[in-house]
Design a protein around this ligand. Structure first.
Ligand SMILES: [Fe+2]
Ligand SMILES: [Fe+2]
Length: 299
């Protein structure tokens, strides 16, 4: 069975590269912690939804998921306490949210265990598993960056909190892998379904992740090409409907415009010279890359 790991961003910044830039900037560091808090809190809602749709069967999965909700709620509590003690914001983090974008891209009908119990379970497990892997990648990179950073009281407190969460997230990934392997063992048909779900939710997760990071010009067009990548993992007859439902929002992307504006404003206020030298070329670079990609597709 192919193991699908989250890919790096197309501009080749790894999680470690990103966290090494985030940790020294207190404002962005606190926003990042608040994003973790938001994602942990929101995942309780998503997992509860799955439990309610399962409606009691299979019993073992319902029991496991209820433990899972409790773990995620505890992570949200630890992060909320941390942010509260640091005097940081506890509201909805600025910019586009990874988990909201992930939910938007989910094919809710196929994800629904009420439609077809087994397909729904496979879809839910694959979707949970791929986001947990991304979480692990970031927590591990974050701990690494915090160990390199000055050992201030604040940095130590942040590292200790993430170090408590990380092993539990790694446990969630192992749990998901076990369940998916168990489903795959039932028959060659099940194996095929599990494999297809892994590919599909990896494509959805990658698109959600990149859209949160991708604030350069041309981002909307790249989001469309990601949407096509996702559609290509679906059966041919489901593709047009999937695309048509999501295309208008993907192109207009009000949240993306807001993120871009806020990021530009912050960079400008901090240092106008750096803004002209680094930020403007970054925007233009995004535009050039998109045009090149479009030409390649046409050619
Ligand atoms: Fe968590
Ligand atoms: Fe988790």
């Amino acid at each position: 069975m192919t193991v699908v790991y989250p890919r790096k961003l197309s501009n080749s910044l790894s999680a470690r590269d990103i966290m090494q830039r985030v940790v020294p900037n207190r404002e962005i560091h606190l926003i990042t912690l608040n994003r973790y808090r938001y994602n942990e809190q929101h995942s309780c809602l998503d997992l509860t939804n799955v439990i309610e749709k399962l409606n009691g069967q299979p019993r073992e999965l319902v029991r496991d998921l209820s433990h899972h909700v409790s773990d995620e709620a505890r992570h949200a509590v630890w992060l909320t306490d941390l942010l509260y003690d640091l005097g940081a914001d506890l509201g909805k983090p600025p910019g586009s949210s990874y988990i909201d974008e992930f939910d938007r891209l989910l094919d809710q009908e196929q994800y629904d265990p009420e439609q077809n119990l087994e397909d729904g379970i496979i879809a839910a497990l694959a979707a949970i598993n791929v986001t947990e892997k991304r979480g692990c990648e970031y927590f591990s990179a974050h701990i690494y960056a915090l160990k390199q950073a000055p050992q201030t009281e604040e940095n130590i407190k942040i590292r200790e909190t993430i170090e408590r969460i990380f092993p539990e997230e790694a446990g969630h990934v192992r749990w998901g892998n076990r369940w998916l392997a168990q489903m795959a063992r039932k028959s060659p048909e099940h194996r095929e379904k599990v494999e297809q779900a892994r590919q599909k939710y990896a494509a959805i997760e990658q698109a959600a992740y990149e859209s949160g990071m991708d604030i350069t010009f041309g981002a909307e067009l790249r989001r469309v090409s990601k949407l096509v990548d996702i559609a290509n993992t679906l059966p041919v007859w489901e593709r047009p409907q999937y695309l048509m439902q999501r295309l208008p929002e993907t192109l207009v992307a009000p949240q993306l415009q807001l993120t871009r504006l806020q990021a530009a404003q912050r960079a400008w206020e901090r240092d106008p010279k750096v803004f002209m030298e680094q930020f403007v070329p970054m925007f233009l670079n995004g535009l050039n890359q998109t045009q090149k990609k479009q030409k390649q597709k046409v050619g």
